[in-house]
Ligand binder design. Structure first.
Ligand code: SF4
Length: 507
């Protein structure tokens, strides 16, 4: 039998020189990239967040390196980061053997990095430009919904608040009328109450007046019960409604446990029931799969997010990309106009662009898209060849305050037309609503999208932002924010974005 040979194993062996962590980190390890890049960042805005005095603090550069490396290695929990700082040589090397606990890590992430991380992120992007990896001239834009760290079932709906307020208004009015009947004498000097705008104070005061008037009077038992309930609940509820309405702003819903999060339909539906979940709309622009900018929005539609995202891009880099490619979700008049004003060449699709390109698809001859427009006479021709003349205009403001003008054209006489059944279901003569500005923008967009360059950008688009979303959600397993509130969630997004860029740089 051959002799068994084992390698020497002396666990307690003393070393002449202690091992250096530096030597243990491989030359091209991502931890080295994090170290090298964060060392070059100006952290003055971050340092300003420290008041000074008191006990010494852990160095913000060290904590920043630790957090970026944690997000790069899919370690998002502060307790896991605390553990890694004691067990993982890469974390230990980055922290210089400092061992901040999870509270310190959390405070740094939630408070200190708030509102300053974006500046750090922009410096990282500019370093990528210096390395020749990107040039900021081309950007691909897309969005995804990211679940918030909030209860999935506690909705607050703006409409429900309005209904509840209206119910209180109606009921207090009824109580007031009852009191006037029962205690006409006591309330004879009192001004008739107006409940058009109810407030907690006014409701409180009215209940007290009714109480006073009905004292010692034979009062219906049900009214007594209602008054008791009103006294206990209505002022308190109205205060809550006012606060919730403030938090809602222009949104129509929010989550109770994270009031900044809105309920949205998510692509990743683990319950597979199409139920709305609280989340944020994350918008990313990328180039060569490096993240150039990130913004978070509370509205679930991508269309309205483009101007804010691009404004933030300009704020970060003092320039706009020369070219922007985005999918049909962004093809609105407001966005085309915004990009034109900012001299950005837009390869942005619009609704039905793909359908238009499908040679074989059956065109609906009655569709407004295929009606002929005579520019000189400013009229359309309906499928029967009747001129449809201008009969009015309609204006609409978008959520961002952009004013759109639609022109209305009406057919002369639809009565008895053999095509009526297939043509329209309106009462009277058919009216179509046309946005001429959007029509022209679409024509320009179509020309650009079908050009050689347009085809190239369209081919590249799915491999740009969508690949980055795939990387964040599937490779990095980040599908739900850990923190609550828009500003804190923005910190997490910033850390993810920096970590993504550095890990790509390291590869
Ligand atoms: S129904 Fe009216 S609009 Fe439609 S084809 Fe007939 S005449 Fe024209």
């Amino acid at each position: 039998m051959a002799k068994k040979v084992f390698k020497a194993y002396h666990q307690g062996q003393l070393m002449l020189l202690p091992p250096s962590l530096e030597e243990m980190i491989e030359a091209n390890h991502p931890a080295r990239v994090v170290n090298q890049i964060i060392n070059q960042i100006d952290i003055a805005p971050l340092e300003k967040k420290y008041k000074g005095g008191g006990t010494s603090s852990y160095h913000p550069r060290m904590l920043l390196k630790v957090l970026v490396y944690a997000y790069l290695t899919n370690t998002y929990s502060s307790r896991k980061i605390e553990a890694a700082l004691k067990e993982n040589i890469h974390f230990m090397w980055l922290s210089g053997m400092s061992k901040p606990d999870h509270n310190t890590i959390n405070r740094f992430r939630s408070d200190r990095l708030q509102d300053v991380l974006k500046q750090v992120f922009s410096q990282v992007v500019l370093l990528l430009v210096d390395h020749g990896l990107i040039d900021l001239k081309e950007a691909y834009l897309d969005g995804t919904k990211m679940e918030a760290n909030a209860n999935r079932y506690t909705f607050v709906w703006g409409k429900a608040i309005r209904t509840s307020k209206e119910r209180i208004r109606r009921q207090i009015d009824e109580l007031w009328q009852y009191a006037r009947q029962v205690a006409a004498e006591e309330l004879s000097d009192t001004e008739p109450l107006e409940f058009a705008q109810i407030s907690p104070e006014k409701v409180q005061q009215t209940i007290e007046e009714i109480d006073q008037a009905l004292k010692d009077k034979p009062v219906d038992k049900k009214v007594k019960q209602k008054l008791q309930y009103a006294r206990k609940n209505w002022p308190k509820n109205l205060e809550r409604y006012e606060q919730q309405e403030q938090q809602l702003g222009s949104r129509n819903n929010m989550s109770k446990s994270d009031p900044d999060a809105s309920f949205m339909r998510m692509k990743e539906d683990h319950m597979k029931n199409g139920q709305l979940k609280p989340g944020y709309n994350l918008q990313l622009s990328t180039q060569h799969q490096f993240i150039l900018n990130y913004t978070l929005h509370q509205s679930s539609t991508d269309t309205a997010t483009l101007p804010a995202h691009m404004d933030s891009y300009r704020e970060l880099f003092d320039q706009m990309p020369e070219v922007l490619t985005a999918d049909a979700g962004y093809g609105s008049e407001e966005n085309y106009h915004y990009l034109e004003q900012n001299r950005v060449e837009a390869f942005v699709k619009y609704n039905y662009f793909h359908l238009e390109q499908k040679g074989g698809h059956r065109r609906n001859p009655f569709s407004q898209t295929y009606l002929h427009y005579n520019v000189q006479l400013d009229c359309y021709y309906c499928p029967m060849g009747q001129p449809m003349t201008l009969c009015g205009k309609r204006q609409r403001k978008t959520d961002n305050g952009y004013l759109q003008t639609n022109h209305l054209y009406q057919a002369q006489n639809c009565r008895g037309c053999p095509m009526r059944g297939g043509c329209h279901k309106q009462q009277g003569n058919r009216i179509i609503e046309v946005n001429h500005r959007l029509r022209k923008y679409k024509e320009m967009a179509r020309e650009r999208l079908l050009s050689e360059l347009g085809i190239l950008h369209r081919k590249k688009r799915p491999a740009e932002v969508e690949a980055v979303f795939g990387c964040i959600k599937h490779n990095k397993g980040f599908r739900r924010f850990m923190l609550k509130g828009l500003r804190k969630v923005a910190v997490e997004t910033g850390l993810l974005a920096i970590a993504h860029n550095l890990s790509k740089m390291a590869n």
